[in-house]
Every structure is written in C-alpha cells, then in structure tokens.
Design a protein around this ligand. Structure first.
Ligand SMILES: Cc1cc2nc3c(=O)[nH]c(=O)nc-3n(C[C@H](O)[C@H](O)[C@H](O)COP(=O)(O)OP(=O)(O)OC[C@H]3O[C@@H](n4cnc5c(N)ncnc54)[C@H](O)[C@@H]3O)c2cc1C
Length: 443
C-alpha cells in the first residue's frame, strides 16, 4: 500500500471508527482503520439507548447485533430519593414502549469487548482494512492540511497517505491534543469507579429485568447494568472534590450501598473483577473538523455517562462523517460547506446530550419539563421525555430539548448554527413536524 493515497484513514477502531469505516467501505471507498490495541479489549460503556436499535437498523447491522444474544433492555429506572428530578417520583421508569409509534422499544446491554469486536468485524466485512496493534504516533501535514498518519506496528514505523483522516481515537483525542483544542467541561469534573459482579439473580430486582438502574444520592450517583443472565456491572460516579482524603475503593464501598433498590438487586452476588477508575472524561472541542480531517465520537466531545448516550452519539457522528466524506470526495469544491455542516451536526447532538446531563445534575430538568408542559399535554410530555432519554438529540420538535436549548447557562460549544433532523428516525421526525403544523404550533 506504500505510495498510494487512500480515501480515508481512521484512527481508532471503537464504535465511532468502526461505523465510519463500514459506511465508507460500503460506498466503495478505500479505508484503513488503525487500532492501537488488540481486540477484544475491555472498554467501559455498557448500556445502550433505544435509538441505538433504530440506528443499527438503518445501518443494516441490527440483525448481526441481535444474533449476539445480549441482555435486552426495555427501560431505565431512575431512583431519586429527593423526588425532585422527574415528575416528583422517587422512582421514575423510562419505559421505552412509551416513545410513540414506530420507534424501537428494546435495546441492549453489552460487554463492550464483545460489542466493539462485532462492530469492527462488520467494517472488515464491508471491505475496510483493519490493522490491530497499530498506534498512530504522528499526523502528516502538507501545509495546513492533514494528508496522512505515521504509525507503529510490529515494532516498525509506517506511513499512510489519505484524502481524509478521521479521528476516532476516543478520549486519547489524537488531533485535539496535537492542536491543543480540548477544553474541560468544568461543571462536570467527575470520577467513576466500577467493577463487575457474578451470581446475579434478577428475581431479586425490585424493578424490571434487564433495565439499567441509576440511583442518585447527595454525593453523586450509582449505576447497575446487567451484562448477562448472571453478571452485573456496578459503578459510582462522584465529583472529583469528594475524593479528597479518601480512595476510589472507599468511595465505591460507601456509595454503592446507598441505593437500597440496587443493594436488593445485588443479593447473592460477589465481585468478579478488580476496581477500575475513569476520571476527567468530560470535555469538548469547538473545532471538530479542519483541512483533511474530521473528529467523530469521544475524540471531539464527551459529557457524562449518566444517560448512557456515548456510544449512540459516537456511532451517529461516525456514520454522518462517512457520508460527509463520501460527498466531499465526489465533489471536492464543496468540501468546506460539507465539513462545516458536519461540524454543526456534531455539535447539535452533543450539545443537547450535555444539556440533559447538566440539567439533571443541577436539578433543573424539572423546570425544563414545566416549560415544555406549557406547549404540550401532560401525557405527551412523558413520551417526549422517554424519547429524549432514549437518544432524541437531533430533533427540533422535542419540546423538552427545546426548553433545554433555551438555557444559555448550559452552552457547551461556542455559538453555532444547529443542524436539526433526527438521523435515526427522519421520517417520524417529519411526521412530528406535520402534526405540529396542523395543530398551529409550527409553520
Ligand atoms: C464511566 C463511563 C461509563 C460509560 N457508560 C456508558 C454507557 O453505559 N453507555 C454508553 O453508550 N456510553 C457510555 N460511556 C461512554 C462510552 O464509553 C464512549 O462514549 C464510547 O466508547 C465512544 O466511542 P468512540 O468510538 O468514540 O471511542 P472509543 O470507544 O474510546 O474508541 C477509541 C479507540 O481508539 C483507539 N485509539 C486511541 N488512540 C489511538 C491511536 N493513537 N492509534 C490507534 N488507535 C487509537 C483506542 O484503543 C480505542 O479502541 C461511558 C463512559 C464512561 C467514562
């Protein structure tokens, strides 16, 4: 391959990179994925949103994922002893069957080592070349443009030239770090501590089998995600400041027992892995594209795991970047317009997701619900809330998202022009628009 110029090099083979590569390869584009690790490898991010099932269907991947036998997730249980977050309920279940007609009501809980391998295999099947243990060490520049990468593989240095380089390197943020673009989201300086437990018996679950549980307490929150019939992932998320003078293990021991409904579900289980810790994972960059490059997924932004949206937004942006690049390759004169539109699309989805998180931490989600309630009936309000919690980050017609977007305190990115339009259910989004026009609430 030396001496030839590829259409695209993708840095990183996580969900964003895999979907981007598969989409490009299916369009007949030459694409190489460089992944520094050897798959399967552990990765955090185990709970999927229901919009993920719709996305997988659009990408032609739903059957391949269903065939893996992952735990089926039909809802999310939010436990809030203060009763102030959702509809004054101590326990609110986002029941995915309440999203309205046409949307998938089931999704998956996955072990990412397995899921990511399945996704990357799909890229390989589609015709992308996937190189494992290939660490990108440098970006090749021609003037202002990125025109390739250098990478280390089997103890040797290699170089690839490409018309476009996609940064799908996740938190490593190859391009963001090279150009000093990354900014911490100061309101979200969190630390997560987690481990897996064996011996799960869902008969002890006071809620619904397969659901994620998210339990709030004064110093943060706790997750419980069933990964198989007998295995469950438990994690605590806490502001960094809470860790002063203590250890992750102590914080986990103290916080993970604060939510009685989770403790009850864990009856009879025993730890099966060591503790893992993740910190400083909330950041964004204002520039997500540049000459010859695009960021997808976590490489450009990540908010917080609270609402399990990371893999969805990573895959949506991976797929959108692929179509943007395919169009730009076909019409080079349109590159600037196309990449600018992609950047605004990227920010629209991440911005909505981060607003949802900030409103929850600040206990102001309830006021966004009240604002939304002014323009929609109470029964529809729950539908819109479940949709939003399910991944409805790009629609202009979800009144709760609209209320969240109106609050300038939750701006993450510098001002940008939103690119609305649900990438998962575009036809249903159009239908919502027509209904609002008929009701006289939209033009
Ligand atoms: C505590 C915590 C809990 C989470 N829980 C959830 C959840 O329940 N649900 C959810 O959807 N999301 C969750 N997330 C978020 C989720 O993990 C990410 O959003 C998702 O993995 C992003 O996918 P990605 O493809 O962008 O990046 P990644 O999945 O991180 O993939 C990036 C890949 O790039 C490779 N790479 C990095 N640098 C290089 C290099 N120089 N050269 C070559 N390869 C490189 C890495 O090895 C990696 O395989 C959670 C995150 C955290 C921190």
């Amino acid at each position: 391959m030396a001496g030839t110029t590829l259409d695209v090099v993708v840095i990183g083979g996580g969900p964003a990179g895999a979907v981007c590569a598969a989409t490009l390869a299916r369009r007949g584009r030459s694409v190489v994925v460089l992944e520094r690790q050897s798959f399967p490898r552990f990765h955090i991010g185990e709970s999927m949103l229901p919009y993920m099932a719709g996305l997988l269907e659009r990408l032609g991947l739903l059957d391949a994922v269903k065939a893996q036998g992952y735990v089926v997730k039909r809802g999310g249980e939010f436990i809030d002893p203060t009763g102030t977050k959702f509809f004054n309920a101590g326990v609110f279940r986002a029941d995915f069957s309440k999203q309205g007609d046409g949307r998938h009501s089931e999704t998956f809980q996955v072990e990412r080592a397995h899921f990511d391998q399945v996704m990357l295999d799909q890229a390989d099947k589609a015709g992308a070349r996937v190189v494992h243990q290939a660490q990108v060490t440098e970006l090749v520049m021609t003037g202002e443009r990125i025109t390739g990468v250098r990478y280390r593989h089997n103890g040797q240095e290699h170089e690839l030239s490409a018309s476009y380089v996609v940064d799908a390197s996740g938190r490593a943020g190859t391009i963001a770090h090279r150009f000093g673009l990354r900014k911490t989201i100061d309101k979200l300086r969190m630390v997560a501590v987690f481990r897996h437990y064996d011996g799960l018996d869902e008969r002890h679950n006071p809620g619904h089998e397969g659901d994620i549980q998210i339990g709030s307490h004064p110093d943060g929150w706790v997750w419980a995600i069933p990964l198989s019939q007998h295995k469950i992932s438990v994690g605590t998320v806490t502001p960094r400041a809470v860790f002063r003078g203590t250890t992750p293990q102590q914080v986990f021991a103290e916080h993970s027992t604060r939510i009685p409904r989770i403790t009850q579900r864990l009856t009879g289980t025993r730890p099966s892995t060591e503790f893992r810790v993740e910190a400083d994972y909330c950041y964004h960059t204002d520039q997500v594209t540049g000459p010859g490059w695009l960021m997808v997924g976590d490489s450009g932004c990540f908010g917080d795991p609270m609402f399990s949206g990371g893999v969805l937004v990573a895959m949506v942006t991976g797929a959108r970047a692929a179509t943007t690049i395919a169009q730009a390759l076909a019409e080079p004169a349109a590159e600037n317009r196309l990449t600018a539109e992609y950047a605004d699309f990227f920010k629209t989805g991440y911005d909505t997701y981060v607003r949802l998180i900030l409103s929850f931490y600040g206990s102001e989600l309830i006021s966004a619900l009240a604002d939304a309630n002014a323009t929609t009936s109470r029964d529809k309000l729950e539908m819109y809330l479940v949709r939003l919690l399910g991944g409805d980050f790009w629609s202009a017609y979800n009144p709760i998202a609209t209320a969240l977007r109106a609050n300038r305190e939750w701006d993450t990115f510098a001002p940008f022009t939103p690119v609305f339009g649900c990438p998962v259910y575009p036809e249903l989004d159009d239908l919502d628009h027509r209904e609002l026009v008929a009701a006289g609430r939209r033009t």
